[in-house]
Design a protein around this ligand. Structure first.
Ligand SMILES: [Zn+2]
Length: 215
């Protein structure tokens, strides 16, 4: 094994636990990657603390979210809206993670042993949203963040960077992927024949409608 990767960091409450597990799994010489699906605090808020705990942690996110995460730009990351809706407590602060760097569409992270992660740019839920496609000897999985959930549901919120046409294009693109497993950032996971969830979303869009939103 060449390295390990964690997809998303949570809001920060469990960053210590995640950091220790990542270090233990990587061993002293293994590469350590933190691949963020997008900048919302429930996915990227723990990145700064993890970067502090894990030496040489490679923190990546799709542009422009990487820059917002690096500077801790609460307005662009919609932390203010999250507080207004009661998702985050009023005293919550997004910790800037200066080491965050961009990951481009199609960029690959090779973890060794035939395990490769590929970034798939999927804007719509938020600018810079990126899914990660995992190819492994055991099968193919999609870490879909907040882009698509089981049953083809989506997450469309009243935020500055929620964009319906981009969202539809992203879901169209994902539906072409042949995957075994779907591992979204919330709700249920699907461990078999998971492509059906992706085509379900596309089929609704082709009828001129929007899939149901989880938020
Ligand atoms: Zn989100």
């Amino acid at each position: 094994m060449r390295g390990v990767a964690l997809i998303d960091a949570g809001a920060g409450v469990s960053a210590g636990l995640f950091g220790r597990r990542l270090l233990a799994a990587a061993g002293p010489a293994g590469e350590r990657h933190l691949l963020l699906t997008h900048g919302h605090a429930d996915h990227a808020g723990g990145a700064a603390e993890m970067a502090r705990l894990v030496p040489a942690l490679d923190v990546r996110a799709g542009a422009p979210a990487d820059a917002w995460i690096a500077s801790g730009d609460e307005e662009m990351l919609s932390v203010d809206r999250g507080k207004a809706s009661g998702v985050y407590p009023a005293e919550y602060g997004f910790a800037a993670c200066p080491s965050a760097r961009p990951i481009g569409d199609g960029e690959q992270v090779d973890l060794g042993g035939g395990v490769v992660l590929t970034a798939v740019a999927t804007p719509g839920h938020a600018d810079g949203h990126t899914c990660y496609l995992l190819d492994a000897p055991e099968g193919r999985a999609l870490f879909s963040g907040d882009c698509v959930f089981t049953g083809g549901r989506i997450s469309l919120q009243n935020l500055h960077d929620a964009r319906v046409p981009e969202y539809a294009a992203s879901l169209d693109r994902l539906a072409e992927l042949e995957i075994d497993m779907l591992l979204p950032g919330h709700h249920e996971i699907s461990l078999a024949r998971a492509g059906r969830h992706l085509t379900a979303a596309r089929d609704v869009l082709r009828r001129g409608l929007l899939p149901g939103s989880t938020t």
